[in-house]
Ligand binder design. Sequence first.
Ligand code: ZN
Ligand code: ZN
Ligand code: ZN
Length: 354
Amino acid sequence: MKNFACTACGSRVYFENGTCLSCGHSLGFDAGTLTLVAVEPVAPDGGLYRKIKANPGIKDAVSDVRFCENAMHGACNWLVPDGAPSTLCKACACNRTIPNLSEPGRLDAWREVEHAKKRLIYSLLRLGLPLDGGTARSGTPLTFDFVAKAVTGHDNGVITLDVLEADDVERERRRQFLDEPYRSLLGHLRHESGHYYWMLLVDRDESIESFRTMFGDERQDYQAALSSHYAEGAPANWAENFVSAYASAHPWEDWAETWAHYLHMVDAVETAEAEGMEPRAAGLLFGAAWPFKKYDVYRQVSFESLIERWVPLSLSMNSLSRSLGHRDFYPFVISAPVRAKLAFVHRVVHAGAA
Ligand SMILES: [Zn+2]
Ligand SMILES: [Zn+2]
Ligand SMILES: [Zn+2]
């Protein structure tokens, strides 16, 4: 994620912020420019706001905006252009079901889920990937059902997420039960979005064969594959070929896990870039030093330049994590086959970008 500055006072503000703590202006995320902007009411009580521009010389087609309808629940800080057909922002317009907010704890859980979803949508928009199904055969828009006590998964364009995953204790219980080193809301959403974009970008005549060569034939029985994964576990040598144990269950899961890791890497590298971090990794196979120069990871056509940044970054994050008495932050090894799969995801993403 980029760093944001309040456009009214220049103070540092964060993606999830609804107010600038320094100057008190309301903040909203502008999905058109993918930046956080300070706004001021056009008139008292009208719900209409005007963007405060950091640089007043820059022309902006739409400057009058409203907050997304979900702002009233504290679940969204995104803006909607005045006169837009929907009262929901681009990200919330993808929601088909939200939890029953009259049940205890659901509102807090949903807010957490929305924070994670917004980060996902930010990355998808930065990558230029369609949210509306694009030109794919199915044409299904990206759709979310956020419900309690449901099975998290993807089905034909619809991502279902159990909002109880937002509960730290419950997520930790499931994490241990399923023996996953890494379980987060954002990780779930990234994984499930992988299934959606597989449908859009890979399941096409021109890319399905190269997918099968690398990930295996996805036409094998999915339910049987999952059952045997849960019954027998992953092969002992899974780390040689897969980014996670679960990825070995079925080619679709391999793809979705690899896709999720790709999005983790891109977001983390962008954050490191924004923070001016320059991890050194002398002696590593993938380069001696963080190749620091102005860099937009979302626009980068070369996968090599991404992995050159990611490897030293993930190693230094792990070292930092151990310094603070925690286990590895990113407990994964990128083997040569996994690296090739990540490069495949990278190519698919760039080919699918608008
Ligand atoms: Zn401010
Ligand atoms: Zn919204
Ligand atoms: Zn999956």
